[in-house]
Design a protein around this ligand. Sequence first.
Ligand code: IPM
Ligand code: MG
Length: 357
Amino acid sequence: MKRVLVLPGDGIGPEIVAEAVKVIQCLRERHGLELVLEEALVGGAAYDATGQPLPAETLERARAADAVLLGAVGGRKWEGLDISVRPEKGLLGLREGLQLFANLRPAILYPQLADASSLRPEVVAGLDIMIVRELTGGIYFGQPRGVRTGADGRREGFNTLVYDETEIRRIGRVAFGIARARNGRLCSVDKANVLECTELWREVMTELAAEYPDVELSHMYVDNAAMQLVRSPKQFDVVVTTNLFGDILSDEAAMLTGSIGMLPSASLDADGKGMYEPIHGSAPDIAGQGVANPLATILSVAMMLRYSLGEEALARRIETAVGEVLDQGLRTPDIAAADSRVVGTREMGDAVVAALS
Ligand code: IPM
Ligand code: MG
C-alpha cells in the first residue's frame, strides 16, 4: 500500500493541511483510494521540538514514503536563528535529501477568479503556464558560499552559481516532456548574455531540442521574461529555468492569477516520487485565525495523485470539485470579491468534500 508522509509545518500549515487530509479521507472512504497517512515534524515546529528544522527521522520517513504532503515552514519567531537551523533549511534539506530536482509550478487563472488579477482580464483570461524550476542545484546549493572577513577587516559575502551539464539535461528532459504533453512550446529562461553558467544552460537546452523535434524551443533572458510575464503572459506555455530565476518568476506568475492561495506545486525526483505543497508560504499574519485558503493544498493533493500515485481520475475529481465550489461563489478572504460568500478554512474544506461526495 502507498504511503504518504504529511508535514504540516508552521503558520497556517497545520490548518490548510487538515483540510487536505479531509479530502484524502473522503477519497479513501468513498472513492476507493488506498493509502496510509503518516505525520512528522518539519520547519520551526521541528526546531522547537528537536533543535533541528529537519530531524533525521523526518528525512528518513520522507525517503521511505511514496509521496510527501507539506504545508508551509517559517515564521517571525524563528527569523533570528542562525541560517543553518532556520525553518527554510528544513525545506531545502528535504529537496536536497530526496533529490527533488524538478519543481512544477502551474500558474492557472480560474475563470471564476478573473477579477482577482491585478492585470486586465483580457491580458490574463485563460492563462495556463507551467513553470519548471530546477530545485536542487544552482546558486541555492553551490559551494563555496559564506561570509568571510579579509585581512583588512572588510566582510565579503559570496555564493556560487554552478550547474553541470547532467543537471541541466535532466531538468531539460522533464520540461521537454511536459511541453510535449501540452502545446509543444518550451521557453528556456537564462542570463546567457552575462553568466557563463547559463550560457552552458542555453547550449545544453539547444542540444536537447534535437531529441524533441515536436517541441518548439525558445530562449529568453530572465529580465525580459520578467517583463514579458506582465506584458503578455499568454505567450508562455512551459517555462524552464534555474533555481533562483524560477523562485522569482514563479512568484510573479502566481500573482498574475491574482490568487497565490490557489496554486499547488510538485517537486519530483527521477522516479516520480514527489513532495507536494502550496506555493504560498506560512502566512504568520493570519495563522490560527481559520481564514487561510486551503485550496492550494487541496490542489497539491490532486498533483500528488497525478504524479506520484498514478490516480489521474481522482486528481481530476478534486480539480472538478474545486471548480464547483468556486462556481457556488464560496471564497476565502484572499480571493473574495464584493459579492462573494466569504468562508473560512474549514468551511472551504468541507465544501470541497461535499462536492466530491
Ligand atoms: C519557494 C520559497 C523557498 C525558496 C524558501 C522558503 C526557501 O520561496 O519555495 O519558492 O526560496 O525556494
Ligand atoms: Mg519562492
